[in-house]
Design a protein around this ligand. Structure first.
Ligand SMILES: NC(=O)c1ccc[n+]([C@@H]2O[C@H](COP(=O)([O-])OP(=O)(O)OC[C@H]3O[C@@H](n4cnc5c(N)ncnc54)[C@H](OP(=O)(O)O)[C@@H]3O)[C@@H](O)[C@H]2O)c1
Length: 251
């Protein structure tokens, strides 16, 4: 359970090597933190990430987790809770970006859609069910501005983010009655492993800045946070841009 200063004791990161996810974990760390579980597809990379977080009195565990293996998610979350107790904050940060060609390749598109949508849904439900039983806790779900109006450049990624964003908002509304908080995070372009080598978009930001905004929003119990905040207004305009003009924009 969070302490009197609203600091979590037990943190779970699904997508345990995510640059944004790890920045959120670092921003959440306090003397109150007892355990951090990094659930990773690549546990060797997870151990390296764990080494960057270690300090005395903090237990860090790296567990095997594949976002695509949807049938395993409930058991993985149950096992983590059995060993560590209540989960105070769970961050759902795993995703695949794909590229311009993904929309022309059904099997690549299926992988992105499966991990980003189906895997996110099953993993989030697994966490939500645990938090419901506890009667407290928060889920931070990494959505994206890409889901607010899907770009022609990467419609599979954008479509998957639109899907999980809507799912998380709806699930969050049902969880509120059980004392569980859902925060949907909508970053713009973030300099991370996911975007390495890509041309930065306007208003590009860093994992650390996304993490600061996320933790502030978490503490004030917001439902949605944009990173940076101005993107809320930019996307409000883009959302209503007429189709023929939208298609010509190089975003
Ligand atoms: N970077 C941006 O510009 C940006 C903008 C908006 C939203 N976001 C969202 O923010 C979240 C974090 O992204 P990031 O920028 O931190 O990128 P990142 O560092 O590349 O993190 C993505 C994570 O997803 C994991 N992953 C991919 N497929 C997986 C699978 N099948 N099972 C388990 N883990 C899997 C990756 O693991 P591996 O290390 O094994 O690949 C990695 O840990 C994502 O949801 C992303 O869509 C990012």
């Amino acid at each position: 359970m969070n302490n009197a200063l609203d600091e979590p004791q037990h943190i779970l990161l699904l997508g345990g090597t995510s640059d944004i996810g790890l920045a959120i974990v670092r921003e959440l760390l306090s003397p109150a933190t007892r355990t951090v579980v990094l659930a990773c597809r690549n546990t060797e990379a997870g151990e390296q990430a764990a080494a960057g977080l270690r300090h005395d009195a903090l237990t860090i565990e790296v567990v095997q987790f594949d976002g695509a293996a949807t049938e395993t998610h409930a058991a993985i979350v149950a096992d983590i809770a059995r060993r560590h107790g209540d989960i105070d904050v769970a961050i759902v940060a795993f995703a695949l970006l794909g590229d311009d060609a993904t929309a022309n390749d059904a099997s690549a598109a299926a992988e992105v859609a499966h991990v980003n949508f189906t895997g996110t849904v099953t993993a989030t439900i697994a966490v939500a069910n645990r938090l419901r039983t506890q009667g407290h806790g928060a889920i931070v779900l990494l959505s994206s501005v890409a889901g607010e109006r899907v770009r022609k450049g990467n419609p599979v990624y954008g479509g998957s983010k639109a899907g999980v964003d809507g799912f998380a908002q709806g699930l969050g509304d049902t969880l509120a009655a059980d004392g569980v908080h859902m925060l949907v995070v909508r970053p713009g372009f973030v300099h991370s492993a996911m975007t390495a080598g890509l041309q930065p978009a306007p208003l590009a930001t860093t994992p650390e800045k996304v993490a600061q905004l996320t933790v502030r929003a978490l503490r004030s119990k917001r439902r949605i946070v944009w990173a940076p905040g101005i993107l809320r207004f930019v996307l409000m305009a883009l959302r209503h841009t007429p189709g023929p003009l939208w298609r010509r924009l190089r975003l």
